[in-house]
Structure formats: C-alpha cells, structure tokens
Design a protein around this ligand. Structure first.
Ligand SMILES: [Zn+2]
Length: 249
C-alpha cells in the first residue's frame, strides 16, 4: 500500500501523528521505539485517504498518482481502524478523514503542552538517560547560535511557536536538573546528541521547518510516545533552543 510514498512523507506523517493511530477512539501507539541495536518498528499503516487503486475505497480518478501518494492524502492508522474505515466508506468519507487527521495532529500538540506543567525530575531523568545512551561526541561538532529571530529563521509555524513558548515554562527546572543531576560531561553529551540528530534529520532525511522540529522532538522524547515524556523532551529541546545550541539562528 505504501509503495510509491516517499520515505520523507512517511516520516512526516508518523511525526505529526505523534506515532499514534489517528482515529479518535483509538490513538494506539504505532511506532515501537528502537531497542538496543534494533531499529524502530512501524506497526501502523500509512493509508491513502483517497484510495490508491480504482477498486480502493474513496478512489478519485481526477487525482494524479503523485498527488495520491503525497502527505496531504495520507493518514496514519492501525490495522483495525484501517479495516473499519475501508469497510465503512459512508461513515468515513474523504472530508471526515481529513478532519480526523487534522484534529488528531492538533490533539498531539495540545496533549504534549498540557503535560509540560506536570513534568518532574523523574521524567527528565527517563528522557536524558535514554538520550545519553545513544549519544556520541563527534569532534569539533559544537556551535553557538544566537537567539535572534530564531523561530522565523527556522520557518516554524505559530503552532510550533506556541509549543516552544509552553516548553519555556520549565526551562528553569531543566537547568536545575542538568546542574544538580548531570555532571558537566553528561550535559555536554546530551547537547551534542541533539546536534547530531538535528543534522542527520536535516541533511539525511531532508526535513525542514516544523517537520524538522517535530523530528528533533521525537528524538528528545527518549523513544517514548508517552505525553509526559514528550513534554519532558520538549522542555529539554526548548532549553537547548533557547540557549541556541540546536537549530539555526
Ligand atoms: Zn486505530
């Protein structure tokens, strides 16, 4: 089903969906984080909103193959919801699926924001432990980026800007956590792990703007789709963003 869909569009869809099924009654986690040397596993389905073949549900003959496989026409769902949606085309017409997708992406951002006020050293500890385990230090891979016009220069939307603003509420706690709980070397590992991932997502996966931010946030969440850990990852990312150590000036 995902034959002609680009790897980049698949990645963006998973990121914006918070790695969860888009159907409102479901929200099942559909990306199993990488474990040890094993890669992450996508157990969900990258499905077409307007069907892929003339025999598929919601097929639109006016659409080109390229449009059909583009991000806008895709929705991330679990196999159960995929079957339900295709079996019930009258209950789930095209317009409704677009609305469900949009509301789901909004819900992911809102749920992450809501958890920001609840995070504690416990979540920061979970996330940083994970991040440091995978981080390595490349030589001379450090740069200081001034804060001015940062959001605009990174082509971030107002929605991501609000997410960053929310994350700033906990910047103080992140600073305290890093000062109290992490030795200097650990803090440095953490930062450089972010820079490496940022460069990888940008240069190897071709992500930019909000997609790039979401990619780093996914990494920052410590391989967890749990909203509290996502919120913790957000605050660490915002801390580094504010300190200008990740992202373009
Ligand atoms: Zn589902």
């Amino acid at each position: 089903m995902s034959g002609k869909i680009s790897v980049k569009d698949q990645k963006i869809l998973c990121l914006k969906s918070g790695n969860r099924c888009a159907m409102p009654e479901c929200h099942k986690e559909l990306v199993i984080p990488k474990t040890g040397n094993d890669p992450a596993s996508i157990i969900g389905i990258i499905a077409h909103i307007k069907g892929e073949n003339p025999t598929s549900a919601r097929y639109d003959p006016e659409m080109t193959a390229k449009e059909r496989n583009y991000y806008d026409n895709l929705i991330f769902v679990c196999s159960d919801c995929h079957k339900m949606v295709d079996d019930q085309p009258n209950t789930y017409p095209v317009e409704k699926l677009h609305k469900i997708k949009e509301e789901h992406e909004h819900w992911i951002i809102e749920s992450t924001k809501e958890e920001v006020i609840n995070i504690s050293f416990a979540e920061l500890s979970v996330v940083t432990k994970y991040l440091a385990s995978g981080a390595y230090i490349p030589s001379d891979f450090y740069r200081l980026i001034p804060p001015k016009d940062k959001i605009r220069r990174n082509s971030l939307s107002s929605e991501i800007e609000k997410l960053i603003t929310m994350g700033m509420i906990q910047v103080r706690q992140v600073k305290d956590f890093i000062d109290k709980c992490l030795d200097i070397e650990f803090g440095e590992h953490l930062k450089q792990g972010f820079v490496v991932e940022y460069e990888r997502l940008k240069n190897e996966e071709g992500l930019e703007g909000d997609d790039l931010f979401n990619g780093v946030l996914d990494f920052a969440s410590g391989g967890s789709n749990d909203f509290k850990n996502r919120a913790a990852g957000l605050t660490i990312l915002v801390y580094l963003f504010e300190k200008c150590e990740v992202f373009e000036k």
